[in-house]
Design a protein around this ligand. Sequence first.
Ligand code: AMP
Length: 286
Amino acid sequence: MKLIQTIPELKALRARWRAAGERVALVPTMGNLHAGHLSLVEQVQTGADRTVVSIFVNPLQFAPGEDFDRYPRTLADDLAKLDPLAPDVVFAPSVDEIYPQGYPIATNVVVNGLAERFCGEFRAGHFVGAATVVTILLNLVQPEQAIFGEKDYQQLLVFRRMARDLHLPVEILSGPTVREANGLAMSSRNRYLSDEERASAAVLRQQLVATGRALRAGHRDFAALEQAARVQLRAAGFAPQYFNILSPELEPATSQHSDFVVLAAAVLGAARLIDNIRLDDPALAA
Ligand code: AMP
């Protein structure tokens, strides 16, 4: 496992891999790694000759007033966690390396429509920043595959759309959400929760499961289901931002749809949590 922090060094190694005909997979992250990130690394390693994990806290994807300054930066711990998996490269560039002229930059990748709703409504500029930096990382690493977590379902769809629209020569893969024992989706931002809040945070998953079960049982009163979940979230101390039953493409659900995703974001204490559930989630079979 090699730590690379400069673009020339990355490009030189990439050129050697290309000459050898090796297939490369990229796992983009913002660091502060947990088991969810590690599962993505393990998943792509099975199909690629070379794996690059990028660690970059991208200032462009934080909305004004968000936690860019206090976002946990834990490179030494991250390297220790990755070590047993032995990805070929950990690419951890500085902000200056990625944005040598400073930021914001003149060129942005904007995914209209899809990126403007849900998280896009509450996080000004977030998806533009995320799509732009992922494009930069894809251009630098030039992977055949890149993998993203299904926890960030809207983000995954935004990147798939971007790759399709721009004919990016990369296959976008996804990995399932890894959870704490109480069901809370693992997230670097969970560290903003107190112990008490961490226990209450499980209610978000519980409401997604309850809604998923109701949909599987044939309930189609979407507004009532959403409203009931929001009430439970408020009772548990959350300030819900959205809790929506949608088609898998994130269009408003109708009774014509046979498959759904329930997408949610809610603030608990100092943490903004997001999660979602699909109807094939194993928890719904129980
Ligand atoms: P982040 O470092 O939070 O930007 O996340 C980097 C990648 O890890 C993204 O593709 C996320 O969707 C994914 N990810 C974050 N949390 C989880 C989780 N609990 N399980 C699986 N993947 C995750």
